[in-house]
Ligand binder design. Structure first.
Ligand SMILES: C[S@@+](CC[C@H](N)C(=O)[O-])C[C@H]1O[C@@H](n2cnc3c(N)ncnc32)[C@H](O)[C@@H]1O
Length: 266
């Protein structure tokens, strides 16, 4: 059972605010504030993302959702998948605005001109409803990516949404902050105007709980040919240069996990 993360020691300079408000404020600097977990995620996705695409078994064209797309960091990867429609969902309007500027397209308006990929954006808060987003009929999605998002959502709620969206046999690429890191830190940023650390609500989900909760919603871990299932990654000395200065204090701590889940066929 995961509990809301107890993070840094009490400090007047840390302010906890509602998650959507925190991301609305973070949006402006999210892509440039040197967050090493994003850099680690990028590194791992070099192998995990091709594995994910190869694991989609339904006939094309595919409908792929980026659940908690943020500024579109990884939505950009989906736009390179041929014969697919991408739907980018997030609860934060601020993050979605950055994604739209970065990737083009407009709210709920498919881009169908020329060979441009089809991309739609929609505001969707997993905590505000148990139903699907207005823009996506249930059980019509071939594949979902959700990177560094589950930290903010109780796992039962997260996987209920995933299961409701996916077709039978559909796949989920999930990455998240590891609970070893989550037990000492959490997502957040420094407000450049006030100097305060801003923290949204976070949970330190363990890999074990993640697998268990996924199973309750009919999703199982997909292993590759070498038997790799969920990957857990610690920061090592030799990664610090690549991941940026802020990763230095995390050497030898497991900070990230990721893997692919498949919804049962029946
Ligand atoms: C750390 S960011 C990750 C963004 C992007 N997936 C990436 O990898 O860069 C977490 C994202 O989850 C979104 N999020 C948090 N709670 C959410 C909720 N209840 N429903 C939908 N999105 C949510 C936030 O707005 C934010 O954009």
């Amino acid at each position: 059972m995961a509990h809301p993360t107890t993070v840094d020691p009490p400090s007047n300079s840390i302010r906890y605010i509602p998650t959507n408000e925190a991301y609305d404020r973070w949006a402006e600097v999210y892509d440039s504030d040197g967050n090493f977990l994003q850099a680690l995620d990028d590194l791992e996705l070099k192998t995990l993302f091709p594995r994910f695409v190869a694991s989609i078994k339904s006939p094309k064209p595919w409908r792929i959702v980026d659940l908690g797309c943020g500024t579109g960091r990884n939505t950009a990867l989906l736009l390179r998948v041929p014969e697919s429609e991408t739907i980018a969902l997030d609860a934060s309007k601020g993050m979605l605005e950055v994604a739209k500027t970065r990737l083009g397209g407009s709210s709920l308006t498919p881009e169908l001109s020329g060979n441009k990929p089809i991309l739609r954006f929609d505001v969707f808060d997993m905590l505000a409803t148990s139903g699907p987003p207005a823009s996506v009929a249930p059980h019509t999605v071939d594949a979902i990516i959700s990177t560094l998002v589950a930290e903010h959502i109780p796992l039962s709620v997260f996987f209920a949404h995933v299961s409701q969206l996916l077709r039978p046999g559909g796949v989920l690429l999930l990455t998240n902050m590891h609970s070893h890191m989550g037990s000492i830190s959490q997502a957040g940023f420094v407000d450049t105007v006030t100097g305060e650390k801003i923290r949204p609500t976070s949970y330190a989900h363990t890999v074990e709980d993640t697998i268990l909760e996924a199973r309750k919603c009919g999703l199982d871990v997909e292993t590759d040919a070498e038997g790799n299932g969920i990957i857990e990654r610690a920061v090592s000395e030799d990664m610090v240069e690549k991941l940026g200065l802020r990763s230095g204090k995390w050497v030898d701590i497991t900070c990230w996990f990721g893997g692919i889940f498949r919804k049962a066929d029946s």
